[in-house]
Design a protein around this ligand. Structure first.
Ligand code: GUN
Length: 295
């Protein structure tokens, strides 16, 4: 049986280190590090995420600024708010919750965020910095996955890594991070031929496709380390109930893999913990301090 990779416990440890450093930052700077979160509309899942982000930001000893705007907010008004947050010295990090309502151009909003406050790492400047190996901000979910992989495997150099999914938020930055760790990286996606054969190469498999239980145990190289980014709600056995599953068939994969993240309790808890880390790093850089190396 595969070992479980406990993302919940790792995230707790990271939040603890962030809290300690946030206190040191506040003492040095004379103010708390600050994260602004903008939510447009009433998407239920987004409301839960935003509430959790606010709670965990405050619990870590940082300032949380929440901006909730109605779904019909014009794009220009959202851009103006982003402009004010860019200029506000109390705000170190800005996160505009996605998805945005259809009448708003997501790329235009992301482009309006100052790259030095873009703690989501979605701005093209940060994507470019990641691609060329400069310090910037890396999207929280793939960075959290990398932390779990390094914690489990140590040096990743020379390992075969297969990333399934090519989104700007997970797949592409994940591949860049693994490449920077000197893995041999394959990016697979919905048009990949013979996915099972490709996945079998992987000493590391990161699944981020958004298809419930798609990756089967028989596809895996025995002993592989499997990171499941998927969060899919499906009908449970019991009538009217639902349950969360990943993009990997957990039962099948557990019999073959060396280690695997569960869903829930694997990658999920890492995202907000890394967001807090990125915000605290932004705060240091914004006032010309070196970010703490323990983060
Ligand atoms: N929606 C789902 N995940 C994320 C995220 O990590 N950042 C933002 N801004 N929106 C999201």
């Amino acid at each position: 049986m595969a070992d479980l990779i406990d993302g919940k416990a790792f995230a707790e440890g990271l939040r603890q280190r962030v809290s300690e450093q946030a206190a040191a930052f506040a003492a040095e700077a004379g103010r708390k590090a600050g994260l602004a979160v903008v939510l447009v509309g009433e998407d239920p899942a987004s409301q839960v995420y935003v509430r959790n982000k606010g709670k965990q930001t405050i619990a870590a000893g940082m300032a949380s600024f929440e901006h909730r705007l109605p779904a019909e907010t014009p794009e220009a008004e959202l851009l103006a708010l982003v402009g004010r947050l860019n200029a506000d010295p109390a705000v170190d990090g800005i996160l505009v919750q996605l998805p945005l309502p259809a009448h708003i151009d997501e790329q235009a909003v992301i482009a309006a965020i100052s790259p030095d406050k873009d703690v989501d790492g979605f701005h093209v400047v940060n994507a470019g910095r990641l691609a060329v190996g400069q310090a910037g901000f890396v999207p929280c979910t793939p960075l959290g996955c990398l932390m779990l992989l390094k914690d489990r495997l140590g040096d990743l150099s020379g390992l075969e890594a297969v990333v399934i999914g090519r989104s700007n938020i997970v797949g592409k930055p994940m591949a860049q991070l693994l490449l920077a760790e000197s893995c041999t990286v394959t990016i697979a996606h919905s048009r990949t031929r013979d996915l099972a054969q490709v996945v079998r190469r992987g000493d590391i498999v990161v699944a981020a496709v958004g298809r419930p239980e798609m990756v089967k145990g028989e596809w895996l190289k025995p002993g592989a380390t499997v990171i499941d980014v998927g969060i899919n709600r499906i009908a449970a056995q019991t009538e009217g109930k639902t349950r969360l599953v990943g993009d990997v068939d957990f039962a099948g994969a557990s019999a073959v893999a060396g280690a695997i993240t569960p869903v829930p309790g694997g990658v999920g808890p890492m995202t907000i913990a890394v967001l807090l880390r990125n915000t605290l790093i932004a705060a240091h850089r914004n006032i010309g301090l070196a970010p703490p190396s323990s983060l």
